[in-house]
Unconditional design. Structure first.
Ligand code: DC
Length: 224
């Protein structure tokens, strides 16, 4: 079973995907974390965020690993845990530029398909249903208003212990800017797959979204 969860920033994709993975014992893959790790690598190597060849070489040198530790996904770059660093405003502000580089995407998509392998998997991102796993049995597209996504991100910062002096208005502007860039890039833009089910989570609790997706998974299993 492959479950693809796509949607814009902070629509709740990773929160619900993690819960579902735990409930069903599926492997969870956060593809956004991989593009964020590429951005950390570019920054560490003092590269321009548009330097495709330089970034590709640096990724090969450093290596990106996703590890599950005590039920949590951790991201390692050059053997160092960067799970917190990848969420800082500096990385968030530059990840759209790095993730728009065609060869960086090619490399990540190939890694993602390799990681999905033949196991039951729930993968979240922007292009999972359209590009990475086009044959996924269940495709979900989560949306929510920019305001509610900004409020969630602020809460998320607090919970992860990430210091941020950004106001909710500033976060909302950042989110809107990133949505625009992610939806308008040439390769694999953020787009709902034709066969994806859209869920607007603005006024839904986490449990309600989880239940809605679980119902879709169950429906798809019955069709087998
Ligand atoms: O889900 P996130 O906010 O952590 O994703 C970070 C960035 O990575 C986002 O701005 C777009 C990009 N991304 C992508 O282009 N394709 C994916 N499959 C996942 C994320």
């Amino acid at each position: 079973m492959q479950v693809a969860v796509d949607g814009p920033a902070s629509a709740g994709k990773s929160t619900v995907a993690k819960i579902i993975a735990k409930k069903l014992s599926y492997v969870y893959i956060d593809t956004g974390a991989m593009y964020r790790a590429c951005t950390v690598i570019a920054r560490n190597h003092k590269l321009d965020y548009g330097d495709e060849a330089g970034i590709l070489q640096a990724i090969d040198e450093d290596g990106i690993e996703l590890k599950s530790e005590h039920g949590e996904q951790k991201v390692y770059v050059a053997g160092k845990d960067v799970s917190k660093e990848i969420r800082t405003p500096e990385i968030s502000a530059n990840v759209s530029q790095v993730s728009a580089l065609p060869k960086v995407r090619e490399k990540m998509v190939s890694l993602q398909r390799q990681m999905a392998g033949k196991t039951d998997v729930i993968m979240d991102g922007r292009d999972i249903g359209t590009t990475v796993l086009p044959d996924a049995e269940v495709k979900i597209f989560l949306v929510a208003s920019a305001r509610s996504r900004a409020e969630r991100r602020l809460l998320d910062f607090k919970e992860r212990g990430i210091e941020s002096n950004q106001t909710v208005d500033e976060i909302e502007q950042d989110i809107a800017a990133r949505d625009y860039k992610d939806s308008h890039r040439k390769i694999s833009p953020l787009k709902k797959a034709d066969d994806a089910i859209e869920i607007d989570t603005t006024n839904m609790s986490i449990e309600q979204v989880v239940d809605a997706i679980l119902a879709e998974i169950e429906k798809s299993q019955k069709n087998f």
